[in-house]
Ligand binder design. Structure first.
Ligand code: GLU
Length: 477
């Protein structure tokens, strides 16, 4: 029988979604979509002490903003509802009772203090603490007021992880663990196994913190007489130096912050997917559909992936350049300077088109386009600090600028005519383009950077260009 691929993203609602958790979600989504399968969002809210209010909504909003569509989830109920583990407590109880009946679970009769003492004792004897060494001989009947523990059957295991390869552990990795806590909530160890089984999950894609517990999980799968899903353990996201895990200082922030800073959805998905994954070629820029088609868990590297925000910025520029002008315009039209309101769409679109090559984030459009919409304040320090212009004599600068103005007065401001006339002026003055053209550029934009000179002047038009040259000339003393 061909089994339908089912993956899930199972976050605990303990805060915002950072790059690491988004990557786990993405990989699970890719695996489901590539195989025409199903992707489920399940909220693992069984630790009420760690829960942060608003996280569930935030997780859903993040996935929706990035168009990572889940087929079933809290706000999209399907066959496997409910999707909040806190709403599935009766299910865990039922499976806990089944394990009791099978003789594979027992009431934990000990207080926390007593377990603490066992731990101390094991430490004093230089043994690793294993609860099963203290397993009570005649545990009381479980009344739901104490913890319910799994009765393990220790043995060595070998298993395969799609990313980490073949792994093994000795019987010491298998112990009696809590299935249901005294507060009535299940542990992650128990709940995820029950839910994955009932939701027919075929692939568990999760972070590294759970890998050491897999032998315990294998023991429980056996006790429940079920096959375990495919395991895929994703390596950690490391800081830029590759030495320690990504921290807040290195940019481990809310994924939605990147969107408000002007990163494209396509970039974020491309960048986060590439943290640890490649298709075996040197290609770096992918569309979301391309990754979805090419993604293979076996191509995810085992070692940690470095988070490099310079690469993220570069990648964003590359994705911005891949957009059509219409697409880019829609994304930036509300980010243009306020004064842009007074201009028609055609002009604004031309400005955006000229700046497309230079944008690294969408938000940069504001600053980079200001001089197209507002009269700039004359800023001669741009000349004084310019590598070449600062070496020139003030009198010469004034002279060249005057000549430029006279030349431009004769121009029809078509790109062709601007190119011809200004190149002729270059010959006449015997200056270098980096001198003359930078001078005209600064004198008409008063901005540290702008698109190509001829394009810029053509779009500014004759009146504004000449007016600005005039104003600048008055200031050069
Ligand atoms: N609730 C776990 C977490 O947030 C999920 C682990 C899993 O995917 O099974 O880390």
């Amino acid at each position: 029988m061909d089994m339908k691929t089912v993956t899930r993203f199972a976050p605990s609602p303990t805060g915002f979604m950072h790059v690491g958790s988004l990557r786990t979600a993405l990989f699970a989504w890719f695996v489901a979509k590539k195989n025409d399968g199903k992707f489920i969002l399940r909220i693992e809210d069984t630790d009420k002490n760690r829960e942060v209010e608003g996280s569930i909504e935030h997780i859903i909003k993040t996935l929706e903003t990035l168009n990572i569509n889940f087929d079933e989830g809290p706000n999209k109920p399907g066959d496997n509802a409910p999707y909040l583990q806190s709403e599935r407590l009766d299910i865990y109880l039922e499976w806990g009772n089944k394990l009791i009946e099978k003789g594979r679970a027992y009431a934990d009769p000990y207080s926390e203090e007593e377990v603490g003492e066992f731990r101390e004792e094991a430490k004093a004897n230089k043994h690793a603490f294993l609860f099963r060494n203290y397993r009570p001989e005649n545990p009381p009947k479980w009344d739901g007021k104490t913890a319910l523990r799994f009765k393990s059957d220790p043995k060595p295991y070998r298993w395969h992880d799609e990313i980490m390869g073949d792994l093994s552990a000795g019987p010491e990795a298998v112990d009696d663990f809590i299935l249901i806590k005294a507060d009535g909530y299940p542990t992650y160890n128990f709940a995820h196994i029950v839910d994955d089984m009932l939701m027919n999950v075929t692939h568990i894609i999760r972070s590294q913190e759970f890998i050491a517990s897999v032998p315990r999980f294998l023991n429980l799968y056996e006790a429940l007489e079920i096959e375990h899903p495919v395991f895929a353990t994703v390596p950690p996201v490391m800081g830029p130096d590759g030495k320690k895990k990504l921290s807040k200082r290195d940019g481990a922030k809310d994924v939605l912050d990147y969107i408000s800073e002007g990163y494209l959805i396509e970039t974020l998905i491309n960048f986060i997917a590439s943290l640890g994954w490649n298709d075996g070629t040197t290609q770096e820029i992918y569309s979301v559909d391309e990754i979805k088609n090419k993604f293979e868990l076996s191509h995810v590297q085992k070692s940690g992936a470095n988070f490099d925000d310079k690469r993220l910025l570069w990648m964003n520029g590359a994705h911005i350049r891949n957009l059509s002008l219409d697409e880019l315009y829609e994304l930036v039209k509300d980010k243009l300077p306020k004064e842009a309101e007074k201009f028609d769409k055609e002009y604004k679109k031309k400005v955006v088109g000229l700046l497309q090559e230079r944008l690294k984030t969408l938000n940069e459009i504001d600053e980079l386009s200001t001089f197209f919409f507002e009269e700039p304040i004359v800023n001669l320090s741009l000349i004084e600090e310019h590598k070449q212009l600062s070496k020139e004599d003030k009198g010469d600068l004034k002279d060249w600028l005057t000549k430029a103005k006279e030349t431009l007065e004769q121009s029809d401001f078509s790109i062709e005519d601007l190119t011809n006339k200004l190149n002729t002026l270059l010959e006449q003055t015997g200056t270098k383009p980096v001198v003359l053209f930078s001078l005209i550029r600064i004198a008409t934009t008063h901005s540290p950077q702008s698109p190509g000179l001829f394009d810029t002047l053509n779009l500014l038009g004759k009146e504004k260009t000449l007016g600005r040259l005039e104003k600048t000339l008055l200031e050069i003393k």
